[in-house]
Design a protein. Structure first.
Length: 165
């Protein structure tokens, strides 16, 4: 929330499973605005809300996925221990018009839902599910065949924001 960089000094912020743990999205976006150069990007891979991900996350994951909340904040239980897995979807999809209005310095460049199966089969959600490494190319190929249905099947999304002014 307080990045150790001077104003307009960095080209990119890369977040992997971080955004949905930020208890105050507005504070983070303002800090990113302060530190990013024009053309700088925030690149994230975050949980995403689909029918499939809602079912899977509710069955096997301990983190909250509350897609119905009206707030972009939640009460933290400590650094990276509290979360709302729906937060990236809420901010950049459901409330995208509000985001663009509130943060005219940023443009949503890309939202690409992905990985409906690899994450589950990696054992990351539960130790009782873990696929041997040599199966991953096959699973990746299967997922590629689902590209057109990722809005229904994706569990995560690649989200790219660009600072435009």
């Amino acid at each position: 929330m307080q990045l150790p960089f001077s104003k307009i000094s960095i080209d990119a912020l890369i977040l992997l499973d971080v955004f949905h743990h930020l208890e105050d999205v507005n504070e983070f976006i303002n800090e990113a605005d302060r530190t990013l150069k024009i053309g700088g990007r925030i690149i994230m891979i975050e949980p995403w809300v689909t029918k499939w991900s809602k079912m899977v996350f509710s069955l096997i994951n301990h983190e909250i996925l509350d897609a119905e909340t009206n707030s972009w904040q939640f009460e933290s239980t400590g650094p990276l221990s509290g979360s709302n897995q729906a937060l990236p979807w809420i901010v950049f999809n459901r409330d995208s018009e509000k985001f663009c209005s509130d943060y005219p310095h940023f443009q949503i460049k890309k939202i690409q839902p992905m990985m409906p199966f690899r994450y589950i089969l990696s054992g990351r959600l539960s130790n009782w599910i873990s696929l041997p490494e040599f199966f991953y190319p096959l699973v990746k190929k299967i997922e590629k065949n689902y590209n057109r249905q990722m809005d229904d099947w994706g569990m995560f999304a690649l989200i790219v924001l660009e600072k435009i002014k």
